[in-house]
Design a binder for this molecule. Sequence first.
Ligand code: FES
Length: 157
Amino acid sequence: MKISFSESAMKEFQDILTRYPNKRAAMLPTLHLVQREFGWISREAMEYVGELLEVPFSEVYDTATFYTMFKLKPMGKYHLQVCHTLSCALRGAGHLCDHIREKLHIDNGEVTEDGKFSFVKVECLGSCGTAPVVQINDDYYEGLDTQKLDEVLDKLE
Ligand code: FES
């Protein structure tokens, strides 16, 4: 089925276009908008973005698959991105990943049965000084240990 933006998302898209020198340059904010509108970025959504921005599908695909912040399949209501790059790895990211696997019964890239949580390991989130870092949806949780992570997750449940 062909997808399209809601009226309000289309208005937002038109507004995005006014802030960039050409349509191609608006690729990242448009993909963010798609993710907010549909929850994830499907192949159909990539084709739609290609039409809107008048760029080949391959270009949209390359961009959407390059950045880990874009979800290429439906994820949980709360999407946990655990940084496992050097600073976070040295400060216990592995323990956080093990803890998430045990507590939520999901592995990297999976979603809980109730659709509430999903978990992926990602590269540096750009907050190495407060490692280890977990991003949940748009929020960063820093300097975590398993106890602090439990407190965060319990508040979300
Ligand atoms: S290494 Fe984890 S935020 Fe940079």
